[in-house]
Design a binder for this molecule. Structure first.
Ligand code: SAM
Length: 290
């Protein structure tokens, strides 16, 4: 919702987050969603899809580093990675920092988001689309996951919220498809909302993970433009040891990976799985429901 001077996010009843708009940089009604990019004095370029903040140039590093380096360094031998969603390509940029990754496939439903991000988000997706390891597939993630014969060590779902085109990416059918295409001991990570305001989203995903995977859990990160406190990142794997990696092992792997970060550290990685009580309650509620 906008008066031309402000863009207001009204995702939660009773709450409105208002951004001053210095300039509308791009606006388009795509085949799948309303896309607007505007500049804000605090967060830089702000992308909204269907009126919901997706990514900003100021704080994208937090979400993208925690969605990528945590599963890849926990796994320790991830060669083939799949991103579902992720149209702005900020997550892909972080995954491709791992020289150990041989192949990154990204399945995005809306090609317009990628095209526009190539033009407007060079700040944080430099070189992704030209990287020979990167393969972009424009398709619905649930269709791709049901039909592909390819296998992946790590799958990262960087989706919109569970309504509109993103709803299917929170379904049990989709999680079962992902379980089928993961290599043994592989790991799934999902964007799972802000538990303080979207608790049921996390409970439902954990419930569905628990029916399919041996280990269902979550970790957290604080992203300023995902209003409402901690963001939950869903975690599912048949290898329960992966999320209990000791810091010394993570430090060794991070050193060997040899790149710099602005948020991620091995200590932050390990600490991210120590959940505040109310979020742990949501995870335990989901497990109990399975
Ligand atoms: N980090 C953001 C968040 O947490 O809200 C998400 C960013 S990313 C831009 C979300 C992407 O998911 C969008 O580009 C959207 O087009 C894509 N998407 C939504 N539904 C999809 C589906 N069913 N299959 C593949 N991509 C989908």
């Amino acid at each position: 919702m906008s008066d031309g001077l402000h863009f207001n996010e009204t995702l939660y009843p009773g709450v409105q987050v208002s951004y001053t708009c210095d300039e509308i940089l791009y606006q388009e009604k795509t085949e799948h969603q309303d896309l607007v990019l505007f500049s804000n004095p605090v967060f830089g370029k702000v992308l909204m899809l269907d009126g919901v903040t997706q990514v900003t140039t100021a704080d994208e590093f937090i979400y993208h580093e925690m969605m990528s380096h945590v599963p890849i360094l926990a796994h320790g031998a991830a060669r083939n990675v799949l991103i579902v969603g992720g149209g702005d390509c900020g997550l892909a940029e972080e995954v491709l920092k791992h020289a150990s990754v041989d192949k990154l496939v990204q399945v995005e439903i809306d090609g317009s988001v990628v095209d526009f991000s190539r033009e407007h988000f060079g700040d944080f997706n430099q070189g992704v689309l030209d990287d020979p390891r990167f393969e972009l597939v424009i398709a619905d993630g649930i269709k791709f996951s049901a039909e592909t014969e390819r296998r992946f060590d790590v799958v990262i779902v960087d989706s919109t919220d569970p309504h509109g085109p993103g709803a299917v990416l929170f379904s049990e059918a989709f999680y079962r498809n992902i379980h089928r295409l993961l290599t043994p001991g592989g790991v799934l990570v999902t964007q799972n909302g802000v538990p303080f305001l979207q608790k049921q989203e996390l409970v439902t995903s954990i419930e569905r993970f628990s029916r399919i995977f041996k280990d269902a859990a979550a970790y957290v990160a604080a992203i300023p433009t995902y209003f409402g406190g901690h963001m939950a990142l869903g975690w599912a794997s048949d290898n329960p040891d992966l999320r209990r990696q000791v810091v010394s092992v993570l430090e060794e792997r991070f050193r060997a990976a040899d790149f710099t970060t602005q948020y991620y550290t091995p200590d932050v990685h390990a600490a991210a799985f120590a959940l505040p009580r109310f979020i742990l309650d949501a995870v335990e509620e989901g497990r109990a429901k399975a």
